[in-house]
Design a protein around this ligand. Sequence first.
Ligand SMILES: C[S@@+](CC[C@H](N)C(=O)[O-])C[C@H]1O[C@@H](n2cnc3c(N)ncnc32)[C@H](O)[C@@H]1O
Length: 447
Amino acid sequence: MIETFITIGNVLKKIRESRNLMLQDVATQTDINFTLLSRIETGKRLPTKEQIERLSVFYNYNKKELLKILISDKIFDEVKRYTAIDISLEALQLAEEKIKYQAYLFPRYEIEDNINLESRRYIGNKAKLTDWIMQVIDKETTDVKSFVDVFSGTASVAKKAMKKYKKVIINDILYSNYIIYQAFFKLENWNKNKLTKLLHYYNSINANKLQDNYFSENFGNKFFEYNIAKKIGFIREDIEKLKKDLKNKEYNILLSSLIYSMDKVANTVGHFDAYIKKPIRKTNFQVKLIKTEDFKGVEIYRKDANELARKITADIAYIDPPYNSRQYSRFYHLYETLVKWDKPKLYGVALKPKPENMSKYCTVKAKEMFRDLVQNLNVKYLVVSYNNTYKSKSKSSENKIKLEEINQILNEVGNTKVFEQPHRFFNTGKTDFVNHKEFLFLTKKYE
Ligand SMILES: C[S@@+](CC[C@H](N)C(=O)[O-])C[C@H]1O[C@@H](n2cnc3c(N)ncnc32)[C@H](O)[C@@H]1O
């Protein structure tokens, strides 16, 4: 029995012997006293965490594994003092519950792998094109200090612009995007340790023990696996309860971390116009913290683009509007509902609230709006993204403005050059985009 007992001493001895090392060699190399090391291997002493660290480096052995054995030795040492085995076992069970449910009390817990801004499924996002876009801009413009991304979406282009320009203005009509921008970019103090502990607590909750809530009742087993939906609903409610004790930045970071983490387990092809009609696989849902990108020169708006144009000035305006009839506020209604948390009545198979923030760029008015926008933007350069999806087979993917029309409207306000790049982009499979190309118009506005 004792022979097979997994103790830290036994394990360290086995590792050493498997490497054909003498105790003296290890002692010298790790700077741990020979006698002490011998006592550790024979179980007369327990190593410190620091000694475990050194041994794991020296043996190139998994540190977590060694720590786990050490902690189990310590627990065992403690409980074996009590003769009644049932007391020991019950104490262990209680300790396990404490670890699971009150883990947020642990002071230095780290959630690894923070989530990047680009790590999000979003229709029409330009994350893969930002290098090309910025290269073109770099080559074609001079004396630029400020940049406005009028239809920011994920803000991947704006983030890139922050590496170059002093001031970057971000804007989108969606509430969820507005929250996300503040979370990622707004320069405000926040307590990472506090949020990490809170997420650790959320991640330790057993969803089976949670009650049904607005989120699970509406979206459970549709957009999310039932227990995951319950957990999301619980977390959202809890964040709202905590709001009064949180800084704005902390509140926004929590909501954004929830959105980015939800995206990883959503039962969709990347938007909430529909969910996949197959049984949903049970997966592990973990909320991870977003990786913030604080930027001193950021200005953030949630305005209609044409209204914004009349309010701000910048050197460059980057314009990437929706080009077809499919409304972003309908694609991402679930995040809008989550962020606003006004628990609206929902309609239809895709459980959408009443329409809000409907964009004129998705209607027959698109051309008129675009002309009004480029005329009213008080900037030196206009940079417009466009892709040739208007040849697509699906009606809803057809572009509201044609390539030639964009060209013509831009030429009315300045000298315009066109750049192009092949690009495979996000679609749900219905549309066959042959020769799909991404265009970039660069217009130097007339004085
Ligand atoms: C093609 S996406 C932009 C994608 C973005 N460049 C990226 O890399 O993620 C268009 C964005 O415009 C926003 N939008 C639509 N109509 C708008 C309007 N009238 N004013 C402001 N934003 C609008 C949508 O919510 C959507 O996020």
